[in-house]
Design a protein. Sequence first.
Length: 364
Amino acid sequence: MNKIKILFNAGEGKPGKPALDRRIPRRAAVNNYRDEAPQILCDFLSYHETIKAHSQKTVDEYFLDLRNFFRYMKQVRDRSLRDTPWDEISIMDVDAAFVRAITLTDIYGYLTYLSRDRAQQQNSSRTEYGLSAATRARKIATLRSFFNYLTNKAHLLEDNPVKELDSPKLRKTLPRYLTLDESLDLLASVDGPHKERDYCILTIFLNCGLRISELIGLNLTDIQGDALRVLGKGSKVRIVYLNDACKAALERYLAVRRPVSGRDQNALFLSSRNQRISRSNVHALVKKHLSQAGLDSAQYSSHKLRHTAATLMLQNGVDVKAVQEVLGHEHLNTTEIYTHIDNEALRVAARANPLGRVKPPKDQ
């Protein structure tokens, strides 16, 4: 019981296959998507950016997924493009007529290409081929969103080719998380020149369950008394309340945080270069302190600390809907996966079986 109090208060393919997009840096391509995308795709991306308020990262992923799909379709339809490097295939001529001609059979062909011939590491000559079911499912979600938009919002299609499209069957796995004792060991292991900052970051991860993007985006002005203003997925703002552990860790860190000027002067967490702490910085410090605590840093990450926060809250009686609000999940079923990790009702059910009290026979 005391431990609980301490924590919560403390040529893209094989030879002969479509060419791999090797020469355009990923981020450079994304930054120019409005110059590279045909009007029909620009309208779709603008809809998600402005109306749906999806993040720039999400919009970028939509663009990259659909650009690859259209390049594949152009190579399939035009044999003269079979040997053309992937990044040299323009999609600027893709229009409503091109899209209307796409069938469910075409899409299944694309999924076969993704599962067999798509390079896993696009810039490596030693890559393996074939994307995972989870990655293919995400790309299917992009296609489904695009064709649903054209059918139901833009009214450019009468027949939706993805209406009957199934997603790959995904293997269900339970989130990996730290136990209470492991969490306490992690906090106790924090040391070094940035110990106040690192301890505060770990405490917020373990108690508030923030995503890494939400944590690095925090500003000093987001601290509002006993709460944090958190900018989550899709630019949705939520309020996360701070317990005694988080407030104490923040107070300790702010007492040593260096004042800085310039664009990052309002950033809550700073790097050693007095800049807003980056995603890679946070990943590195989490891995370092996991190793110092004697935990397997290959199995755990900052996102696993988010899993830990959710699991510990549910194990200690917090209502699943409240956990949903804390984590910023749009759908309750996303949160409910944590209820299967340590479900006392299942233990009770197992003990209730009358055969559960049968003892093995003694050796003669």
